[in-house]
Design a protein around this ligand. Structure first.
Ligand code: EPZ
Length: 430
């Protein structure tokens, strides 16, 4: 499946840093939008056509899970368009091996319950960034009438019929909001999700579901209403651009200098990131309608930042900002309120000479004049791209191992960076 989507599995980058980025790059479709949308295709027995699919490992794994369930998966337009048809859906169990590969497999619980009334999967497991519990997902699904049983690491859920209810989320969980939305689409009556997450990817999922014939309102606000419907129809949808990829490139321009135009962006989705980058004085930004012009201005000044649910500063950009602050003038305080273990980039940045002290949910980053090249290892997706940013900004040869993590969430990162003049290679893939 990876081959078909052209996703490589080569393991390391060799980066000759110290070059300014310049040129134009087109941002891909959003990873965190397409994954729930792919899961939602299970709800209907009709053709679902999804455009602007990013070619990522996570998309390939989700496609593999769907194929295992009997969904017909066809890829066209060099992997950028997915044709999914769940008419032949013939299974409700997700193989543990695939569950472990991507957390977003948990998004299948809602749609499988809605369509088949049954689902069996294993706990998706935590990963490098924290426990990543699913109690809110399970609470929501049982509120809609699912009977849950957890045994030997498996969760089995049965729901002969689902009934709409009012559900209050203890915290605005993105995944729980999406899972409950999808389970509620075919339920009897109306479901109200309070304290819902407000991320743009949830709005994209709402738009997809409504195009399918569902009746969802309020995504992007803290209360989402879903009126159950009896039937769905074929759907065609274009995934929104990836706001985290957009912001990642902005941090890279701030760290390396240069002038870059980002195309295929939704500027309002990156407002918190742009505001914080402007505060560092290292980046000048002009926002267009669907593009952003960014120019590296000077060495960054230290800033304090605190990650929050959308529209606050995104946790998925925190490791990248840590890499930028590592060579800022002054000391930055980074507070991570979303995940309990998301400072793993610090261990690797220290190998490059960064001065970072981690204490629970806070990291104190004392800016040094310059980092030094080294061999580092990506511990997870966003932490890995943070190391790439640090390497691009550091004179000399840095090797970043473990880049299979980066392939999960960035389509052809090295190709895009090469087109901006970066000296970055994947040995063995040339
Ligand atoms: C989504 O993860 C994203 N992933 C994450 O992006 C992102 O960091 C996160 O939202 C927050 O914005 C996808 O959309 C595929 P949450 P999700 O449920 O849904 C706790 C990336 O790099 N929690 O909002 O798993 C949880 O432990 C990834 O692209 C519970 O306690 O995030 C975490 O501390 C990383 N119980 C916090 O809430 C639950 O039932 C936020 O989790 C669910 C979550």
């Amino acid at each position: 499946m990876h081959r078909r989507l052209g996703v490589q599995t080569v393991e390391r980058y060799v980066i000759q840093g110290g070059k300014r980025l310049s040129g134009k790059v087109r941002v891909s479709g959003a990873k965190n939008a397409i994954l729930p949308v792919m899961a939602a295709c299970v709800l209907s027995g009709h053709e679902c056509v999804i455009h602007e699919a990013p070619r990522l490992r996570d998309v390939a794994v989700m496609a593999e899970i769907l194929t295992n369930l009997g969904v017909r998966v066809r890829i066209s337009d060099e992997g950028r368009t997915l044709h999914l048809n769940a008419e032949g859906l013939n299974a409700f169990e997700i193989p543990t091996s695939l569950m472990r590969e991507i957390r977003s497999s948990i998004f299948l619980m809602g749609p499988l319950l809605g369509r088949l009334g049954r689902v069996r999967c294993s706990h998706p497991g935590g990963c490098a960034i924290g426990s990543r519990d699913i109690d809110l997902h399970l609470m929501g699904l049982s509120a809609l009438g699912a009977r849950l049983e957890e045994k030997f690491g498996y969760i089995t859920a049965d729901a002969p019929s689902l009934r709409g209810r009012e559900i209050y989320l203890d915290l605005p969980s993105v995944g729980a909001t999406e899972n409950i939305m999808m389970a509620a689409v075919l339920a009897e009556g109306t479901t109200v999700i309070r304290n819902a997450a407000k991320e743009p990817e949830i709005v994209d999922l709402q738009n997809f579901l409504n195009r399918m014939g569902a009746r969802v309102r309020g995504a992007g606000l803290d209360t989402v209403r879903v009126e159950g419907v009896a039937k769905l129809n074929p759907v065609e949808h274009t995934i929104i651009p990836d706001r985290i990829e957009t912001a990642t490139f902005l941090v890279a321009v701030a760290a390396t200098g240069g002038e870059v135009v980002l195309e295929n962006v939704i500027p309002e989705h990156v407002e918190a990131a742009v505001a914080k980058l402007r505060e560092t004085k290292a980046l000048e930004v002009e926002m267009g309608h669907d593009r952003i012009f960014a120019r590296g201005a000077r060495r960054p000044q230290a800033v304090d930042l605190k990650t929050l649910p959308y529209p606050g500063f995104p946790t998925d950009l925190q490791p990248q900002m840590m890499a930028l602050c590592a060579t800022a003038e002054g000391t930055s305080i980074i507070t991570e309120t979303i995940f309990e273990n998301r400072f793993k980039a610090a261990d690797e940045l220290r190998r490059m000479g960064a001065d970072i002290k981690v204490d629970g949910r806070s990291a104190v980053v004392k800016g040094v004049k310059a980092l030094s090249p080294a061999t580092v290892e990506a511990p997870a997706l966003r932490e890995g791209v943070a190391l790439v940013i640090a390497a691009l900004a550091t004179e000399g040869r840095t090797v970043v191992d473990g880049i299979q993590h980066i392939d999960r969430g960035y389509e052809e990162l090295e190709v895009k960076l090469q087109s901006l003049g970066a000296d970055i290679r994947r040995p063995g893939s040339e």
